[in-house]
Design a protein. Structure first.
Length: 534
């Protein structure tokens, strides 16, 4: 959406057939790629760019008549043939898959993607945008700090609208709306600079496009369309954080200022003599030193990310010893990432080394204090033997609930902690909250499922009927072998419904004969059947 407008405008303003062919090929390839991105924000951006292009052409023709871009263009017939050819090629290119306007990688139709753009009810990002507005309301002037939106958002999820893309599994690092995220980060003070820059750019563009004698009108129009595409995408994604689009923005802005006549007239030639020369040399050395430092920092960051990606893959493969080593390698190059500390801590915990994991989990929390994933792992580490510290576990859980009172996992752990410490009344209060928030999240996309942990908590406090309801609901949502097993044990051991328990155990084994503890279930079935035969 940033480079395609350049090819398209240059095609329209080409003055020979060779350039028409070159720009037609570039436009065709760019448009083809755009179709197969399946990115709705790109479709919207391209639509806005085409609308602005048509609007500029119409207004320019209405104002300048014979001197307009439309009238002064040459080789109109060749360009018309080129445009028709591009459209025909794109209509064919969209059907190069076995599903035509569908994709072999995605069953959704491209047309469905386009139509879903206007669907605000099912937009999973909209609740996060709305909740971020509350963050902005509370920090309107200075914001929460540069780059701190992701660290602060745990305090605001579900504040106004129920979130669907922020949970224990998915912790948003980007809002997918650069305008809101930047406002939340640096507030009105930082936004004023952006508004000032927007004013300067708009001034240059308007002066260039309304001046029929400006020889660079076509280039200014193309660059403006590219910046417009970037601006539209920024409403639904985070192109500011992606290197190439951000780089192109600075290139385009530089081009606009370089093509502006008023900027050219304001250039001043400074003779480097005496103190001026010394100042120039000092600034050059300073800039060079900063560049070297920045390059070293960037290199270390890239190497650290390399080791961190290896660690993530090893964690998925459950090779925790190797994951610890890779995560520690990442920390050698970057000691400021909470993610690296978290990977070391969680891997050590999986290796049954809770005492060692506590140090790294605390480091992650020092950097990212509202990181519920790290805090929950720290609570588990304190609860684990042989270094069991139930008092510290309780403090960690209470801290989580101080900023995230709906956290089902923390509530479940706290119920067990209070019960073990003979604080039955407090445990009952927390258990009531647990049941309420389980229902609050039950069935919500991307949250939970919490059935296993809530079911175990209900059993631990003797609420077998509620545990039965939990496990039945789990089977209704996902009839897996594990869910049938959980209900089978509850029915047989706790509710003493032996026949129901055996029937459920048989269903579990039918789905997965090698389920963990399958031997236990087979013995249970044999025992029951031997008793009933007598």
């Amino acid at each position: 959406v940033m480079t395609l407008p350049l090819a398209f405008v240059l095609l329209l303003s080409a003055r020979d057939k060779f350039n028409i062919v070159i720009y037609s090929i570039a436009s065709s390839i760019g448009s083809w790629f755009l179709i197969y991105t399946f990115a709705r924000q790109a479709y919207v951006a391209m639509s806005v760019e085409l609308f602005i292009l048509l609007l500029v052409i119409v207004l320019d023709y209405w104002k300048n008549k014979n001197n307009s871009l439309l009238k002064t263009t040459v080789l109109k017939r060749s360009k018309g043939i080129a445009l028709i050819t591009i459209l025909l090629l794109l209509s064919l290119a969209a059907n190069f898959t076995d599903k035509g306007w569908g994709s072999e990688l995605n069953s959704n139709l491209k047309t469905d993607k386009i139509l879903s753009i206007v669907d605000t009810k099912n937009n999973p990002r909209f609740p996060a945008w709305r909740n971020t507005i509350e963050m902005i309301k509370e920090h309107p002037i200075t914001g929460v700090g540069v780059g701190q939106w992701g660290e602060t958002y745990p305090l605001y999820y579900d504040r106004v609208m129920n979130d669907v893309i922020f949970n224990e599994k998915t912790q948003l690092r980007r809002l997918h709306n650069d305008y809101l995220e930047m406002f939340a980060n640096f507030g009105l003070i930082g936004y004023l600079f952006l508004l000032w820059l927007l004013y300067l750019i708009a001034k240059i563009v308007l002066l260039a496009l309304t001046n029929k004698s400006n020889e660079y009108r076509n280039i200014v129009l193309a660059v403006t369309l590219g910046l417009t595409g970037f601006s539209v995408v920024a409403m639904f994604s985070f192109p500011v954080r992606v290197y190439l689009p951000a780089f192109l923005v600075f290139v385009y802005i530089s081009l606009l200022f370089n093509l502006d006549d008023s900027c050219k007239k304001s250039f001043v030639i400074i003779k480097l003599r005496g103190k001026v020369l010394k100042l120039f040399l000092f600034l050059s050395i300073l800039a060079g030193s900063i560049s070297v430092f920045a390059s070293k920092y960037a290199y270390d960051w890239l190497i650290a990310e390399h080791h961190a990606l290896n660690a993530s893959a090893l964690i998925i493969l459950k090779k925790y010893n190797l994951a610890v080593n890779s995560s520690l390698e990442a920390l050698l190059y970057n000691k400021k990432s909470p993610v690296y500390y978290f990977m070391v801590g969680s891997s050590l915990l999986n290796l049954n080394r809770p005492k060692d994991s506590i140090f790294f989990l605390k480091k992650a929390i020092d950097i990212s204090p509202f990181n519920t994933r790290a805090l929950l792992q720290l609570a588990v580490a304190y609860q684990s033997k042989p270094t069991q510290d139930l008092e510290m576990e309780r403090k960690v859980l209470e801290f989580i609930l101080s900023f995230d009172p709906k956290n089902v996992n923390a509530l479940s752990y706290l119920v067990k902690n209070l019960s073990i410490n003979n604080r039955g009344r407090d445990a009952a209060i927390v258990y009531k909250r647990l049941k309420h928030y389980f229902e609050h999240f039950n069935g919500r996309s991307n949250f939970g499922p919490y059935h296993a942990i809530v079911g175990l908590t209900a059993i631990s406090v003797g609420d077998y009927k509620y545990a039965q309801y939990i496990y039945k609901d789990a089977i209704k949502q996902l009839p897996s072998a594990q869910n049938y097993y959980n209900l089978a044990i509850l029915e047989y051991d706790y509710l003493k419904n032996y026949k129901n328990g055996v029937d459920l155990a048989k269903k579990s084994l039918a789905i997965d004969p090698n389920i963990p503890r399958h031997k236990e279930m087979k013995l249970l079935i044999e025992k029951y059947e031997s008793i009933t035969k007598q």
